[in-house]
Design a protein around this ligand. Structure first.
Ligand SMILES: NC(=O)c1ccc[n+]([C@@H]2O[C@H](COP(=O)([O-])OP(=O)(O)OC[C@H]3O[C@@H](n4cnc5c(N)ncnc54)[C@H](OP(=O)(O)O)[C@@H]3O)[C@@H](O)[C@H]2O)c1
Length: 303
């Protein structure tokens, strides 16, 4: 049995960490560290299965497996540099659940290998509500030995499904995460545009919803309902903040540019996410691109 630590108690990080502590087969409590220490202290107070520490070095040195779930590439790079500088990482397994550029994942894997540690890229598919119910999917890319070490903490513990990319470069998981989200964000863009056109031409939202439910059931139907509900301009803590979409679009645009691919749909999504980020701030909902598309079509931002 492995001892396990968790670095990064943000919106999704905290939820997944709680499930790990509650359902995971770890030896002893999960050791947690967060940049804002109070969040770790507060979480510690909720469960005997969680212990807060005050430094990355303590989190790393007290466990065999160290999970990270941090906001962006710079924070991830910083955390690994601190771990390598302040403690001995040899023999440790680092599992990175953050969404990062494939080049960032590859650089961390290479750096850790130099110091005798292993790296698994493990991005998360699905938002906070799915994470609460352990219904998220994760991808795992890295050596099969490292995947076997982390497998007891995956299906039924923190997630429903794992897409295993055994003995494949860690970049593969990051690429899948980014391309998967390109599909998700583009679907939302199309639903927003279809909804605006329907309103302008006098086709009721109810009729459009019926079509989507019958012919393209699944997440799209739920997303259309969310647009109708006006949650995109009412909710203060959105499930997908626009800042997250801006980060991922930047990574996707970089990938497209470096590989000579023209992604016109991504251009459109990026235009709208950048506008929302500029006009409504980084904590606005990704769904607020609906309001932006409405404004571009002569409708008020709010529906
Ligand atoms: N939320 C989702 O629905 C979702 C879904 C799939 C994947 N993801 C990915 O999962 C990761 C975490 O998402 P989240 O929703 O938990 O993000 P979040 O709520 O924004 O939290 C970000 C976390 O990163 C920490 N952090 C930020 N800058 C840091 C730095 N310079 N050094 C150390 N720690 C730093 C924050 O610490 P403080 O508490 O001190 O600010 C916090 O723990 C992201 O990469 C995101 O893209 C999120």
């Amino acid at each position: 049995m492995s001892r396990i630590s968790w670095i990064g108690l943000g919106n999704i990080g905290q939820v997944v960490c709680k499930n790990l502590a509650k359902y995971g087969p770890s030896q002893g409590p999960v050791t947690v560290w967060n940049r804002t220490h109070q969040k770790a202290v507060d979480l510690d107070a909720t469960s005997d299965g969680i212990v807060a520490v005050g430094s990355i070095a303590e989190a790393v040195s007290s466990s065999d497996i160290i999970c990270l779930c941090l906001v962006d590439d710079a924070a991830v790079q910083d955390a690994f540099d601190t771990a390598i500088r302040d403690t001995v990482v040899k023999g440790k397994l680092f599992v990175d659940l953050s969404t990062v550029h494939p080049e960032t994942a590859a650089a961390q894997a290479e750096k850790l290998q130099t110091y005798g540690a292993e790296y698994l890229a493990s991005p998360i598919f699905g938002g906070v509500p799915l994470a609460v119910d352990r219904l998220i999917t994760i991808a795992l890319a890295g050596s099969s030995d490292a995947i076997a070490k982390f497998a007891p903490f995956t299906d039924g513990v923190i997630c429903k499904n794992t897409i295993t990319l055994a003995n494949q470069p860690c970049e593969q998981a990051s690429l899948l995460k980014l391309i998967g989200n390109f599909i998700r964000f583009s679907t939302i863009e199309v639903l927003c545009e279809a909804s605006v056109l329907s309103e302008k031409v006098g086709l009721s939202q109810e009729t459009l919803s019926k079509f989507v439910e019958l012919l393209i059931p699944g997440p799209a139907a739920g997303q259309l309902k969310m647009l109708d509900s006006g949650a995109y301009h009412k909710v203060e803590n959105p499930q997908i903040p626009i800042s997250m979409a801006v980060k991922e679009n930047a990574h996707l645009n970089d990938l497209a540019q470096k590989n000579g691919v023209k992604l016109r749909t991504l251009d459109t999504v990026t235009h709208h996410t950048d506008r929302v980020n500029k006009n409504r701030g980084p904590n606005a909902s990704l769904m607020a691109i609906f309001g932006n598309i409405r404004e571009e079509s002569g409708l008020p931002f709010e529906n």
